[in-house]
Design a protein around this ligand. Structure first.
Ligand code: FPP
Length: 289
């Protein structure tokens, strides 16, 4: 109770009196926050095209939305935020665009370190990082080490990431461990083993998956982990994704009835009411006239 209240207070403190986002922030229930939010940041290219700018201008503008989302989630009390920054398929883009993305990422990491520290954010890059250019890897390692003792929010940056690649890596890791400890002959794999072997091993599964720019696709993102995530698709292009958009997504999530294959609170209540009514009908029918 105090935890949620304290963190919401941190968000409200970041706002100016009369801030237009104030009513949205006030409407959020600090007791029912998603523990893990995952975001597919899409629409940078279209944002640039609408302004007859080169695609990379959209990526540059996208950094502001990254900064806003990280700060808002950290202050709101979200435990894990996972951002899809570069997929295993993104290498197909023009070389100049890919190189600009690496430069922007390095710039972001250098510039944002004080903010990450201030907001108690721990950075963890996830993906096939060995394929990244050495200076990018080094910058990621430096930021991860510098923020390693932060305990507020975990920020997973998915880079050269693919959901299927992650599952393949998990299985190969499980096999390798079993070979090393001699248990390969009796190896049994269950869901817990797989979850514990993913890049996101220590994280709760995402409760809320946000995708910007209106596309109805998962694009190979966190395929295993999003089994029961609530999806929130907004038409807003990533560079325009604001604090208000993020708060709106959380409010929308708080209205959902999560059922995990069961009946969920509302349906379970309806089912109990229906049984009670049925029993009343039977008693009524049996009543001596
Ligand atoms: C998708 O938009 C976006 C990306 C592939 C890259 C995301 C990168 C950033 C937000 C900036 C740098 C990131 C960090 C973490 C500092 P798109 O280019 O596919 O857009 P389109 O679908 O409109 O073409």
């Amino acid at each position: 109770m105090y935890h949620g209240f304290f963190l919401m207070k941190a968000l409200l403190e970041a706002m100016q009196p009369g801030d237009k986002d104030w009513p949205l922030a006030q409407a959020i229930d600090p007791e029912r926050l998603p523990a893990h939010i995952a975001i597919i940041m899409d629409g940078n290219g279209r944002w640039a095209k609408q302004r007859t700018l080169p695609r990379v201008a959209g990526h540059r503008a996208g950094i502001n939305a990254v900064r806003t989302s990280v700060e808002t989630c950290a202050r709101l009390g979200i435990k894990v935020l996972t951002l899809y920054a570069f997929s295993v398929e993104n290498w197909k883009r023009p070389r100049a665009e890919v190189e600009t993305l690496w430069r922007l990422l390095q710039h972001y990491l250098k510039q944002e370190l004080p903010e990450l520290q201030k907001n108690d954010v721990r950075l963890q890059p996830i993906g096939r990082l060995e394929a990244l250019p050495a200076p990018v890897r080094r910058e990621l390692e430096t930021t991860a080490e510098a923020t390693a003792s932060n305990r507020g929010m975990l920020l997973n940056l998915a880079i050269n990431y693919g959901g299927r690649a992650e599952i393949v890596d998990a299985f190969n890791g499980i096999l390798e461990m079993a070979r090393l400890d001699g248990s390969i002959g009796t190896l049994k794999i269950d869901e817990e083993t797989i979850s514990a072997s993913l890049y996101t091993a220590s994280c709760p599964d995402p409760d809320l998956l946000i995708r910007t720019s209106g596309e109805m696709r998962l694009s190979n993102f966190l395929l295993w982990q999003i089994a029961y995530a609530e999806l929130y698709i907004t038409e807003t292009l990533w560079p325009d994704f604001s604090r208000a958009d993020l708060l709106q997504a959380v409010l929308d999530y708080q209205k959902r009835d999560r059922r995990y294959g069961g009946l969920g609170e509302t349906r379970a209540r309806d089912a109990v009411d229906a049984v009670k009514q049925h029993a009343r009908n039977i008693l009524e029918a049996l009543r001596p006239t």
